[in-house]
Design a protein around this ligand. Structure first.
Ligand code: CU
Length: 274
């Protein structure tokens, strides 16, 4: 899932009015499908293979083929409103994807991979309910954020793991701005879907706010890849240094081939050079 699908834009649209109130958008249930891949379409025959880059003509692409993770025209949500609580609900569920022709287990959050883009403005308070509907533990780490240690999302270190079928509340003040990401910190759940964008907009009354730059529309973009291998296997093979992936790609060094082609002769006899 690397490719980006851009929605055709026929006419210039007026920019959305600025959020008067910087309204919170609770992401509830699978009906919310703001960005990402619609998992309900994944199990079917269509394999959401990567479109080659030559197909620039977005008009010819079927809209329901690949729903990629670009959310165009994200309103900058620049706000002069007083800081507020912004709530999200994340429902973590097992799902099945089919990127290669084989159905494989993955984890979708609010029905999508990557996880929903969470957007805040500096000064807000994040209120994020994580509903673990998996049959295994989970946790969510907010990558690169300054926050109280107990909200950092590292199981058995800063919190206990979120047990299956329980809800955990993360809440912390947003005291920075920038484009970050968040992900599971349990096992290798991140590798099978639990990663997403975490956007913190600069306040318009920030002394460093640059009109014409910080108020530009933004496009959070995630590039990711998928393997049908169980990520635990990938991890194990990398640690064992089996060269398995190089062998599969035909890029590993082969002594037998090198000898066969005469590359291991004494230097003095090669290329006629003494
Ligand atoms: Cu991280």
């Amino acid at each position: 899932m690397t490719l980006v699908k851009v929605k055709p834009k026929k006419s210039k649209q007026k920019p959305e009015p600025k959020h008067k109130n910087h309204i919170q958008v609770p992401m509830v249930t699978d009906t919310v499908k703001a960005v990402g891949i619609d998992m309900s379409k994944m199990d079917k025959t269509s394999t959401p293979t990567i479109k080659p880059m030559q197909s620039h003509n977005v008009d010819t692409m079927k809209m329901d083929e690949i729903q990629m993770l670009v959310e165009l025209k994200t309103p900058p949500e620049i706000s002069v409103a007083p800081p507020q609580k912004v709530r999200y609900d994340l429902y973590i569920r097992d799902t099945t994807v089919n990127f290669t022709g084989k159905p494989k287990r993955a984890i979708a959050v609010n029905g999508q991979i990557p996880m929903p883009t969470l957007t805040f403005t500096e000064g807000d308070t994040a209120v994020i309910y994580v509903h673990n509907e998996l049959d295994e533990e989970t946790s969510v780490h907010w990558h690169g954020l300054f926050l109280p240690n107990k909200e950092d999302g590292v199981p058995n270190l800063t919190q206990m793991p979120i047990k299956p079928h329980t809800t955990h509340l993360y809440t912390f003040p947003i005291i920075q701005h920038g484009t970050h990401w968040y992900h599971s910190h349990s096992g290798l759940q991140e590798q099978i879907g639990m990663y997403g964008s975490f956007i913190m907009n600069k306040r318009v009354d920030d002394t460093t706010f640059r009109t014409g730059i910080d108020d530009l529309p933004t496009v959070p973009l995630i590039l990711s890849e998928w393997t049908d291998y169980n990520p635990n296997n990938v991890h194990r093979m990398l640690h064992n240094a089996t060269d398995w992936f190089a062998i599969k790609k035909g890029t590993t060094q082969s002594y037998s081939e090198a000898i066969g082609q005469g590359y291991l002769k004494p230097k003095s006899t090669m290329n006629g050079n003494g």
